[in-house]
Design a protein around this ligand. Structure first.
Ligand SMILES: C[S@@+](CC[C@H](N)C(=O)[O-])C[C@H]1O[C@@H](n2cnc3c(N)ncnc32)[C@H](O)[C@@H]1O
Length: 321
């Protein structure tokens, strides 16, 4: 998985396969009845939802929408307020409700033109509800300008050097620097994520300037699974929604992070785990996320002990030592 952020890149493919499977179930079972019918519908709803989210939403809705927003108004409203732009927020904020609206309209059209096809309109309706729930969640997280991390003040002390592993366009870097006025930060990323504008590097540099922390942050291009730092180089580490992008290399990434953390140093790890929040966002694909228990086992195997853990904005965090 090194060099490939395939959880995102292949999402659309999973969606398309799911869609075809879902439609095949629907159309090859003309007498959808009773338990079998409901089960088939539920499967179809999930796969279509996954398709809309990972396929249509990202490629057909989010990107054109981003381009349209950029043309109409170079900066989004929230970005204007905060002066920050994390590169992938507009599509996430607006794409889900636009997709929900489209699915709702499809339900109405199908129901009005072919009432006998009620399973199809029902399916569209459920997809619309699912997407609306996802939109509510994303809005509550305020991805455009949300720069708060849990327990971050427990993490670092004056003059510490902190690694932000998988910093993207700097949401976590900014949160860290705001909560700890004196720490020096190394912001590391591969800067090749397809879902962040231009991989995030230029946005990161601009965001650091906006918040006035460029002097305290060194930007490094590198891979979490092969960190370009000596052993024990950092007093603390933060990594939000990056280690969970490492596919089968998660444990390798954790071992690398353990290697570059000083003995006694702290590590704030934030990841997505299966649950209602992720179901609202990613539908059936959320079941394939690594469970909390697996994360606990992995971090312990990698040499960390768990100081605290909890939920944060629909995600899950662990403070490790
Ligand atoms: C969802 S973004 C999170 C960015 C930021 N931490 C935040 O919470 O907003 C995931 C980031 O992890 C980075 N990433 C994924 N795999 C990586 C790897 N192996 N090494 C370094 N960065 C990686 C991606 O490039 C992307 O910028």
């Amino acid at each position: 998985m090194n060099g490939q952020d395939s959880s995102h890149r292949h999402g659309w493919l999973v969606g398309v396969i799911g869609m075809v499977a879902g439609l095949a179930i629907l159309f090859h079972m003309p007498s959808i009845k009773g338990v079998a019918g409901v089960a088939a519908l539920v499967v179809a709803v999930h796969v279509v939802g996954a398709l809309v989210f990972f396929g249509s939403l990202r490629n057909l809705v989010a990107r054109p929408l981003d381009r349209l927003c950029a043309r109409l108004k170079p900066e989004g409203r929230a970005a204007e307020r905060s002066g920050l732009d994390f590169g992938w927020a507009r599509g996430w904020m607006n794409g889900l409700w636009i997709a929900a609206l489209a699915a709702g309209l499809m339900a109405v059209v199908v129901q009005m033109t072919a009432p006998g096809w009620w399973p199809v309109s029902f399916l569209f309706l459920l997809v619309a509800v699912n997407l609306l729930a996802g939109n509510a969640l994303v809005r509550s997280i305020k991805r455009l300008d949300h720069v708060v991390l849990p327990m971050v003040s427990l993490l670092a002390d004056r003059q510490d050097t902190v690694l932000d592993a998988g910093c993207g366009a700097g949401r976590t870097t900014v949160a860290l620097a705001k909560a700890n006025q004196h720490v020096r930060i190394v912001a590391l990323d591969r800067f090749d994520a397809a879902y962040i504008k231009d991989g995030g590097r230029a946005l990161l540099v601009r965001n650091l300037q906006t918040v006035g922390i460029s002097g305290r942050v060194r930007v490094e291009k590198g891979d979490i699974t092969e960190l370009p730092f000596p052993d024990g180089a950092f007093d603390c580490i933060v990594s939000a929604h990056a280690v969970d992008h490492l596919g089968s290399s998660k444990e390798r990434g954790l071992l690398e992070l353990r290697r570059v953390l000083k003995s006694g140093g702290r590590f704030l790890l934030i990841v997505w785990v299966p649950g209602w929040a992720m179901f609202a966002l990613a539908n059936v694909l959320s079941f394939f996320l690594t469970s909390k228990e697996s994360w606990r086992r992995m971090v312990r195997r990698s040499g960390f002990s768990i100081v605290d853990e909890g939920a944060h904005n629909g995600a899950w965090f662990m403070l490790l030592e």
